[in-house]
Ligand binder design. Structure first.
Ligand code: SF4
Ligand code: SF4
Length: 306
């Protein structure tokens, strides 16, 4: 209709309800697709690219060939024991998904607009009220879709009156993050490492802007809860933990959740044709991390696995 505005839209790879670990109370979590980092331990590798992607779970495939026939782009051929997939012509159109009776194919990533997301999460408003919960935007990195994120937060927080929480790696210009704060009740802020070089080596990007944003957040009026993904061989040596503890004590960010890393996303790496490069049996040094952070006067909780 002439003059009618379309609602801002973004690319989302999941909406999970009844989340217990993404902020206070019972929450709905909206997962944005696309991230400026590529952490080696990422438990949601499908979150990294800001576009729809086909996932193929080879262990479920019965080599029936339905998907080969359904593909308009000839991205597949039958091969011994399964399907040979050529990602180049694949447009993630999803034509191969419905005919796969084994559930071996899935398209991750869908464009949704603010109204569609709001309608879905608002169905849970009574649970939010009773539990002190609300909506968490996570990812991927929500700030990578800044205009859509702002529109969504304004809708959920300002219009619907819901509690909102941003789960972020804080890899964004400060003014972008600052614009979101009036529409947020809590920021879940990832701090992964204090050393810029090691951060770059393990996530693909340095951390100067992240630490800058952490300081700015600490000085803001928004509630902040720091999350430290604890990764064996990356940030769980004593010296690294002391660096994190010192930084947090110095900035005054004194509430921390430690998130021990476990290799949970392995099947998804295979489904995307990616390689998981960390040793799957290594365990992070959780008790040592708790002791060191508590020793710096920081309130610590150990959280569920990522
Ligand atoms: S998602 Fe579309 S283009 Fe890609 S393999 Fe399936 S049918 Fe072919
Ligand atoms: S339709 Fe599913 S089960 Fe059949 S060949 Fe394709 S991926 Fe395998």
């Amino acid at each position: 209709m002439a003059g009618q505005k379309t609602a801002p839209a973004g690319i989302i790879f999941d909406i999970q309800h009844f989340s217990l670990h993404d902020g206070p109370g019972i929450r709905s979590t909206v997962f944005f697709k696309g991230c400026p980092l590529a952490c080696r331990w990422c438990g949601n590798p499908e979150s990294q690219r800001q576009e729809a992607q086909l996932m193929y779970f080879t262990q479920l495939c019965a080599a029936c060939g339905n998907c080969v026939k359904a593909c308009p782009n000839h991205a597949m051929s039958l091969a011994a024991g399964g399907v040979r997939f050529n990602p180049s012509p694949c447009t993630a159109c999803g034509a191969c998904v419905p005919g796969c009776l084994r559930g071996a194919r899935k398209v991750s990533g869908k464009r949704l607009d603010v109204r569609e997301i709001s309608d879905e999460v608002r169905q849970h408003w009574r649970i939010f009220q009773q539990s002190g919960g609300g909506v968490t935007v996570s990812g991927g990195e929500p700030l990578a879709q800044r205009d859509f994120l702002l529109a969504l937060l304004m809708e959920l927080h300002d219009e619907a009156g819901l509690s909102t929480c941003l789960d972020t790696c804080a890899k964004a210009p400060w003014p972008v993050l600052e614009r979101m704060l009036p529409h947020l009740d809590l920021v879940l802020l990832d701090i992964k490492h204090i050393d810029d070089e090691k951060h770059r080596e393990w996530t693909g990007s340095g951390n100067a802007d992240i630490l800058f944003n952490a300081r700015k957040l600490a000085g803001s009026r928004c509630a902040v809860l720091v999350r430290v993904p604890l990764i064996p061989g990356f940030n769980d040596a004593d010296a690294e933990l002391y660096d994190i503890a010192d930084f947090l004590a110095e900035t005054g960010l004194k509430r921390v959740e430690i998130m021990p890393c476990h290799a949970l996303g392995l099947g998804k790496y295979r489904a995307l044709g990616k390689v998981y490069s960390l040793p799957v049996t290594a365990k992070p040094r959780v008790p040592e991390a708790v002791d060191i952070l508590k020793g710096a006067g920081i309130e610590v909780e150990v959280h569920s696995m990522i």
